[in-house]
Structures are given as C-alpha cells and as structure tokens.
Design a binder for this molecule. Structure first.
Ligand code: DHB
Ligand code: FE
Length: 283
C-alpha cells in the first residue's frame, strides 16, 4: 500500500522563484533564504519520494475569478507551467500521477469531501517554488506530483479545521492505494504576510513562531484559529497557512520535527519551513 513517509511545509514566495531563475540565489539578500533549505535538499535526495501530494493555492493563474473551486485535485498526466505575466518559469513541466490522483479523488469524494476534479491545469508559483526549493533546478522533477488546490484568494476560504479534516481523509485515501508508493504531503503558502491595503508589509514573527511550535506539538490549537485571527495576526494573505493544516492532518497525531527554518523578510513575507515525520507507533 502507499504510505505517507513525511510532510513538508514551506512558504511559496514568487520572488524566490525569480531569484533562482535569474541566478541571484547567491546574493547577500537571497543566500540566507536558500541556505534554510540545504538540509532538506540533502535529506530528500536520500528519501527519494515517488509522489508528492502538493497542497497549494492557485493565484488566479489557472482559475481566474470566474470559477474558484474550494478544493480541487489535479488528475492530469502533466501540468504545464503557468505564465504569471513574465512568461512561464523556466522549470520542467510537472508530471502528475493520474492513477493515484483518481483514487484520491474517489476516496475523498466518497469520504464526503466534494473535490473538484481538474483534468487540465497550469500550475503557478504556489506549486513550482516549493519544488525548486527542495530540488533546485533539475532537467526533470524527480517526483510525480498530485496537486491539491485550496481556495484562499476569494472569501470565503475553507476553515483551518476543515483543512485539517481534509488532511485526515487524505491519509485514509493514500493508505488505501494499492501500490507501494513513498508519498510525501506538502503544504505551502504563508507565513504572515499582507500584500495590500494600509497594513501591506505586515509580518508577525511572534505569531509565526508560535504557529511553527504548534505544528509539531499542538496542532489542535491551530485547528481552532478563525479567519478573523488569521487576518488580524498574520495579515490578509496569512490565510494561506490553512494549507499547512491539510498536511498536518494527513500525518496523524504525533510527529517528529526533523528540520525547521524561519527567515524574515523575503520579498513581502516571512519564510517558514518545516520537515515533519509521522511517529510510526501513533499511526
Ligand atoms: C508574495 C506572493 C505570494 O503568493 C505569497 O504567497 C507570498 C508573497 C509576494 O508577492 O511577495
Ligand atoms: Fe501565495
């Protein structure tokens, strides 16, 4: 059977992708950001996951504001790189895993999570920047990806609690897939940031670090955070953190923190990154 072997969270700041694509990752500004991922790059090269179930949000690249699914799952063979205004990022096309994705769609929908099934979709920085952070700039991505897109751009987004429960259902779905795949679940976005309005540029290090602590030790506290609290404490785009809770719900009650990184600022946001491993006995 397929197994979840680890979970990763990371911010997905678009300027990180631009820095890498333009060869600026060694500059004084960017080098400390990329250094926070060195440990993970070495670790993941040894772990060799087969598939990443990558929970992210589309930033009006594939969906526009005409159609916005709350939860969507990508079942295609491949996902082209979106043009976000400056041409598509020069990174490999993302290959899907239609067999696993269709099984997950069936399992999640029969488990009462009404996923939108997507058979054609371009993927933007929300998905490609995390891949670049973990795998640098390969000719082909070394993993297949099942994208799960969560609406956090148009009110109302799902609650953190709903996202956590989706993660729990995702675990049931993955563990009932009849092939011995090494699967990681990633949750992207965050941490505190606000891109608009009078509070643009907001970063809340105290909130972010407490969130990182609770991801490992006290996820129940995170499940209770309301939309209003995210808005007040983490800024209008801090709501992206609900996607981390999909990953956390998928890992089970007890986890071990393998790696943590926090850095301020990168572009307009705080960068947070965790690598978590499910504790086998609690599974
Ligand atoms: C920015 C945009 C994002 O989508 C995000 O998650 C973080 C930062 C930005 O424009 O800086
Ligand atoms: Fe974003």
């Amino acid at each position: 059977m397929a197994q979840i072997t680890a979970g990763i969270t990371t911010s997905h700041v678009p300027a990180i992708g631009a820095a890498l694509d333009q060869g600026k990752d060694g500059t004084d500004y960017w080098a400390p950001v990329f250094a926070g991922y060195d440990w993970t790059k070495e670790w993941i090269a040894r772990e060799k996951p087969d598939v990443v179930v990558l929970v992210y949000n589309d930033h009006a690249s594939a969906f526009s504001l005409e159609i916005i699914p709350t939860f969507a799952i990508g079942c295609a063979d491949e996902f082209p790189i979106a043009d976000e205004g400056f041409g598509p990022r020069p990174v490999p096309t993302v290959l899907g895993h239609p067999g696993l994705a269709c099984h997950l769609a069936q399992s999640l929908i029969l488990d009462e999570f009404d996923m939108t099934v997507i058979n054609k979709m371009d993927v933007d920085h929300g998905l490609t920047v995390p891949l670049s952070l973990m795998f640098a700039q390969p000719l082909e991505w070394p993993v297949k990806v099942v994208p799960i897109a969560v609406n956090v751009v148009q009110y109302p987004p799902p609650t953190g609690e709903r996202c956590y429960k989706l993660g729990q259902a995702l675990r049931r779905a993955i563990e009932s897939y009849d092939e011995g795949l090494n699967v990681q679940v990633w949750g992207t976005g965050g941490m505190s940031h606000q891109l608009q309005g009078p509070r643009a540029g907001l970063i809340n290090q105290k909130f972010d670090n407490a969130f990182l602590d609770d991801m490992t030790a006290n996820p129940d506290a995170l499940r209770a955070i309301t939309h209003l609290e995210y808005l007040r404490e983490a800024g209008s785009e801090g709501i992206e953190l609900v996607m981390w809770l999909v990953m956390r719900g998928a890992l089970g009650d007890a986890v071990q923190e393998l790696h943590r990184f926090y850095h301020v600022p990168a572009s307009n946001t705080a960068v947070g990154h965790l690598v978590l491993k499910p504790t086998p006995k609690e599974q």
